[in-house]
Design a protein around this ligand. Structure first.
Ligand code: HEM
Length: 251
């Protein structure tokens, strides 16, 4: 039966991959677009209770959604690069669709780092503080700093996510097939693409980690100050990547 073949397995793991990505990205958007502005309007006791009861649970699904997205993505890559299937071979990564996929992969790697090493660590401090205050204890003076660090990394993940969706979905659709995109991008153009993509990824991530300052309202941190700005930046990044693909990855 087709579903038990290697091609079928790729389909099944794509389904699981998209479901895991929905959990991860759905909660990322919930935190950014709903929780943060909503909690800002709540009074402190209600907010502390919500951190304890809602955010704590949501963070479990968020963290493990990120791992499930990665594991299922790696399985698709594994099945698709071996045996009789061989979609993701050396030639694929020199094609326009393979290069945009690999760019999405790079951004998704930084996003995974942000989930576990920045957002989760920051949220543990914020939630421990909410629980202490709820129990009548002293507030942790470092909690606002942690909240800002977590918020910046979380908004940066939102900013990367639109380009990741475009790259992932676009692998088999927008950037594949037809006579518009190069099936083998010339070496020089590949080098320019990777220099630009790595520079964009590194500068944005350093900015998110506060290397250029964390104060609210500065030109470099404005994209993290409201979820609307993060959405504009995410759209801008996806458009820039698409336009660079038009310049560098066409036939
Ligand atoms: C934020 C993280 C990610 C999101 C939101 C995401 C989302 C998606 C979506 C929506 C698709 C399209 C499925 C389809 O058209 O059938 C896809 C495809 C795919 N993803 Fe991801 N993904 C993410 C991370 C990853 C990672 C980390 C990997 C690898 C380790 C990966 C590997 C793949 C592969 C191999 C495909 C199939 C590409 C193709 O041949 O069309 N993804 N992903």
């Amino acid at each position: 039966m087709e579903i038990f073949s290697r091609h079928g397995l790729i389909g099944e793991f794509r389904l699981l991959h998209v479901m895991a990505a929905v959990v991860w990205m759905g909660l990322l958007y919930f935190f950014n677009f709903i929780q943060t502005p909503g909690y800002a309007e709540m009074d402190a006791p209600a907010r502390n209770n919500a951190f304890d009861k809602v955010t704590w649970r949501a963070l479990w699904w968020f963290r493990w959604g990120s791992v499930a997205t990665w594991v299922t993505g790696l399985i698709i890559l594994g099945i698709g690069s071996t045996g009789d299937v061989k979609i993701y071979d050396g030639a694929f990564f020199k094609s326009a669709s393979g290069m945009v996929f690999a760019t999405a992969f790079l951004f998704a790697f930084i996003m995974l780092y942000n989930v576990w090493m920045v957002i989760w660590r920051a949220q543990q401090v914020v939630i421990a503080n909410a629980r202490t205050v709820q129990g009548g204890g002293e507030a942790n003076p470092d909690a606002p700093k942690s909240a800002r660090a977590g918020a910046m990394a979380s908004r940066q993940n939102t900013i990367f996510s639109f380009a990741v969706f475009m790259g992932m979905v676009g692998t088999s659709f927008f950037f594949a097939g037809g006579d518009h995109w190069a099936s083998e991008v010339a070496g020089g153009k590949r080098a320019v693409w990777w220099i630009l993509m790595i520079a964009i990824a590194v500068v944005l991530e350093m900015n998110a980690l506060g290397k250029f300052g964390t104060e609210v309202g500065k030109p470099n941190t404005k994209i993290y100050d409201t979820h609307q700005y993060a959405i504009y930046a995410a759209t801008g990044l996806a458009v820039v990547i698409y336009l660079l693909a038009e310049i560098l990855l066409r036939r």
